[in-house]
Design a protein around this ligand. Structure first.
Ligand SMILES: Cc1cc2nc3c(=O)[nH]c(=O)nc-3n(C[C@H](O)[C@H](O)[C@H](O)COP(=O)(O)OP(=O)(O)OC[C@H]3O[C@@H](n4cnc5c(N)ncnc54)[C@H](O)[C@@H]3O)c2cc1C
Length: 338
């Protein structure tokens, strides 16, 4: 006889006590790209072999749960200094003694991270769709070391700290290319069956060689953009032409140099998507249906960034809000006025 799985509620911990809440109509998981697959897996919905290894009873063998993890990849470290005293960054107003006091005592307002001053959408290599952007270039209106390295640099490895030395206490800007449609995909898996353990995120970024090659082109385009006469004339922009130490043996700004720089300085943007992807029944890796219902379980929906089959070609928050709105409409359609 076939078992029918029905979601009836949730178990949660409140003031150190395990409690339960039951749903009259359905359960909605909206825990984000990392935690929604985690909650499914803890509930026995996921890749059977993985769940078996952790001693979790499989209720639905859904091979797509936690797979297809997509994230935008951003390259740091293409930067220019500008004339002193014209920066729009709050850091240009704050001296090292105030920063040190903040670091020691966490006094005063929180320091804002490098502000995004502008965003350019360009196409550098996707010849199938030449009018669709494949790269976003983010202009940050301050330098990583503009805080004299007091708040930021300590968290980086030594070669990265050395790379940013020419930016210490200087005003400037950077151009960071972002891969909008990366071909590399990663995974979100469980560390254990303890719900308080964070999930294991492996973005697997730059594993597809096309991603690196596109970023090489994008790096050159970003250099060109920042070297535009307008920046030089109006801001006195001067490129900081110092190679990343781990790549200094390569001809500066050659393709091989960029490949090495990218391997050392690129990272994901925490735009975790795709880990419970929406797909038609014909796709075995689909986790939710086009109505965002989890396959193989009644009364269970996922509504968040994890349902994107493919990451959108821009910062994802607006699209995630749209998914939330659409999800709310689907719930109302299914259950009538609530
Ligand atoms: C540092 C940072 C900067 C970002 N900057 C931008 C940006 O500038 N522009 C942009 O477009 N996007 C940005 N993003 C991405 C954007 O914030 C996320 O993609 C978006 O918030 C995803 O929405 P979501 O609803 O899928 O998940 P989330 O916003 O992560 O919401 C999930 C919620 O579920 C809760 N939750 C998780 N597990 C459980 C549990 N077991 N029980 C109860 N609650 C739980 C979480 O606490 C959280 O409140 C940024 C992300 C980060 C981390």
């Amino acid at each position: 006889m076939m078992t029918i799985n029905v979601a009836i509620g949730v178990r949660y911990v409140h003031r150190n006590k395990v409690k339960r809440a039951f749903a009259r109509r359905e359960v909605i998981i909206s825990a984000g790209g990392a935690d929604s697959p985690k909650l499914l897996m803890l509930s026995g919905i996921g890749v059977r072999e993985q769940l078996n290894k952790l001693g979790i009873k499989t209720r639905v063998d859904l091979p797509g749960v936690g797979q297809n993890y997509q994230d935008h990849v951003l390259l740091e470290g293409i930067h220019w200094t500008i004339h002193p005293n014209i920066s729009s960054s709050v850091l240009s107003l704050i001296g090292p003694s105030a920063l040190l006091r903040y670091q020691e005592k966490r006094e005063g307002p929180m320091i804002v991270p490098p502000g995004i001053g502008a965003s350019y959408f360009i196409n550098v290599g996707d010849t199938d769709e030449p009018t669709v952007p494949d790269i976003q270039v983010l202009l940050a209106s301050q330098l990583v070391g503009q805080d004299y390295g007091i708040l930021t640099l300590g968290k980086f490895k030594q070669s990265v700290q050395d790379y940013y030395k020419p930016t210490l206490g200087r005003d400037g800007f950077s151009m960071s290319p972002v891969l909008l449609r990366p071909k590399s995909v990663g995974t979100v898996t469980l560390k254990s069956k303890n719900p308080f353990d964070p999930p294991v995120l492996d973005p697997n970024c730059l594993s597809h060689p096309d991603d690196v090659e596109l970023l090489v082109k994008a790096s050159k385009a970003s250099v060109q953009l920042g070297n535009a006469k307008t920046f030089r004339r109006s801001l006195g922009a001067e490129p900081i032409n110092k190679p990343f130490p781990d790549c200094a043996y390569l001809e500066y700004q050659s393709d091989d140099y960029w490949r090495c720089h990218i391997r050392g300085m690129a990272g994901v943007m925490a735009h975790i998507s795709g880990t419970c992807k929406m797909a038609p029944d014909s796709d075995p890796m689909g986790v939710v249906t086009p109505r965002l219902k989890v396959r193989g379980v009644k009364n269970l929906r996922v509504i968040d960034s994890s349902v994107m089959p493919q990451i959108v070609s821009a910062n994802i928050n607006a699209a995630v809000i749209m998914i939330g709105e659409r999800g709310a409409d689907l719930v109302k359609e299914d259950h009538g006025k609530m």
